[in-house]
Design a protein around this ligand. Structure first.
Ligand code: THU
Length: 151
């Protein structure tokens, strides 16, 4: 990934902060998800008065893409902070890491945490979700179904 593309993703993630709906935590998060085809899907966090229905920015971006038939991803950029002020890196919650695990190769998928266009860090999914459990761990079920050993 070149510097220009990373900076573009950061710009898209920052632009999402204005759409963040976070009246309960005031913690605004923006995400920009890069597909294998080079398209960027954006997302923001969307909170709820009943709290648990709240959705993180990362999952908003993933679900927008998957709901349009896209399942191949290269990287995601995340920015966030209280009142949308980017003082520290905002790393994805455990649930979002698990959603990434469903659609991304943990060895190659990149997570870009940024506080500004110039200030960012890049991790792989494998680094932030070691020993993750994903679709590959269930593929033995396909074998069982094929030879009837599941019945
Ligand atoms: N949040 C995200 O959207 N992504 C993260 O990576 C961390 C947390 C949201 C959820 C909630 O709306 C607010 O930030 C405070 O937790």
């Amino acid at each position: 990934m070149n510097k220009e593309l990373i900076e573009e993703m950061i710009r898209f993630a920052i632009a999402q902060l204005k759409f963040s709906y976070a009246p309960y935590s005031s913690f605004k998060v923006g995400a920009a998800l890069l597909t294998q085809n080079g398209k960027i899907y954006t997302g923001c966090n969307i909170e709820n008065a009943a709290y648990t229905p709240s959705n993180c920015a990362e999952r908003t971006a993933f679900f927008k893409a998957v709901s349009e038939g896209i399942r191949a991803f290269k990287a995601i950029c995340i920015v966030g902070g209280k009142d949308g002020v980017l003082t520290e890196y905002t790393a994805p919650c455990g649930v979002c890491r698990q959603v990434m695990m469903e659609f991304c190769d943990p060895v190659t998928f990149k997570i870009i945490l940024a506080t500004s266009i110039e200030q960012y860090k890049i991790y792989t999914l494998n680094e932030i979700l070691p020993l993750g459990f994903g679709p590959a761990n269930l593929s033995y079920m396909e074998e069982m179904i094929k030879d009837g050993t599941d019945r």
